[in-house]
Ligand binder design. Structure first.
Ligand SMILES: *Cc1c(COP(=O)(O)O)cnc(C)c1O
Length: 300
């Protein structure tokens, strides 16, 4: 699972003109079924479950969740039962979408809960009830978030040789766990971390910054302006961008996160955000299974 990292360099006239070097860490190529940051965020949760002799992994997600998909597969691979609490009780009576159908095939038990209940996913009483119903299980926060998730992301970054050569690392954010883990991993270097949220994350990222600030001033730079209307929003402009990006580099961004992050990065380069000579590493966090949630195919 933990392959050596693959890093591609992107060339185009814009980068040349502004004299910036743009590399991309291809975590989308980590594994055909569990791509990107989701494996790394699960890594130490799995270790924890093993150490505590637990046999079941439980977590939360929306109907197209990359995390749920990854958890189902990883659980099966490492010999755990998995239970996914899925947002939207109405889904129980519908045909499963490809993400959930895969998850079920990988052996996950799906439990559809109302949006109201889903909102309680961080509530101690709610979690205690789940734990009582499912002894011998480990409850993993939505998205594999938390310091245990961050620790795995540190491993993801530590395998990149010469990481300190980069002036900037750009990563997309949903829970901000990956951004926080990367910030910890390069804490001793000058490297700056730029988080590009796929939804409004101002408060969450501020909390992370406050927590990390003990080790470094302003660990995370936040580009909040590339959400394109919010989580899961994928306007035509972004679709066109993905198609062009794939045609140019033969690298496909995902519709929810990396499309917005790469769009933002290129936009900022054209606005001369980066000094000449800047070396930038963009993390392709994977998530390509998420394309199946979009009826409009890129080749349409
Ligand atoms: C989940 C996900 C993210 C967000 O990661 P966080 O650690 O939650 O911020 C980014 N990109 C992709 C492709 C993802 O699936």
């Amino acid at each position: 699972m933990e392959k050596p990292p693959i890093i591609d360099r992107l060339f185009n006239s814009l980068f040349e003109k502004h004299e910036v070097q743009v590399d991309i860490l291809r975590e989308d190529l980590l594994h055909p079924l569990i791509s990107g940051n989701k494996y790394w965020k699960l890594k130490y949760y799995i270790e924890e479950a093993r150490a505590k002799n637990l046999n079941t992994l439980i977590s939360f997600g929306g109907a197209y969740s990359n995390h749920i998909h990854a958890l189902a597969y990883t659980g099966e691979k490492f010999g755990f039962n998995t239970i996914g609490f899925i947002r939207g009780e109405e889904l129980a009576t519908k045909k499963l979408n490809p993400t959930l159908s895969d998850a079920e095939q990988f052996g996950m038990k799906l439990k559809f809960i109302s949006r109201k209940d889903y909102k309680r996913r961080y509530d101690v009483n709610f979690l205690n009830n789940i734990e009582n119903d499912h002894p011998d299980s480990l409850i993993i926060p939505e998205g594999g978030a938390g310091q245990t998730g961050e620790k795995g992301i540190e491993d993801m970054i530590h395998r990149v040789q010469n990481i300190s050569q980069y002036h900037y690392i750009v990563v997309c954010a949903g829970t901000g766990t990956s951004a926080a883990g990367i910030a910890k991993a390069v804490n001793e270097y000058e490297t700056k971390i730029i988080a590009v949220p796929a939804l409004n994350l101002t408060d969450t990222l501020k909390e992370i910054n406050d927590r990390l600030i003990k080790t470094k001033t302003d660990p995370l730079i936040i580009w909040q302006e590339y959400t394109f209307g919010g989580y899961g929003k994928f306007p035509d402009e972004l679709q066109v961008f993905c198609k062009e990006f794939q045609n140019t580099y033969n690298i496909l961004p995902d519709p929810v996160y990396t499309s917005k992050g790469l769009y933002g990065l290129i936009d900022k380069i054209s606005q001369k955000y980066f000094k000449m000579g800047s070396r930038i590493l963009f993390i392709h966090t994977g998530g390509l299974q998420g394309w199946r949630g979009y009826t409009k195919n890129l080749s349409d």
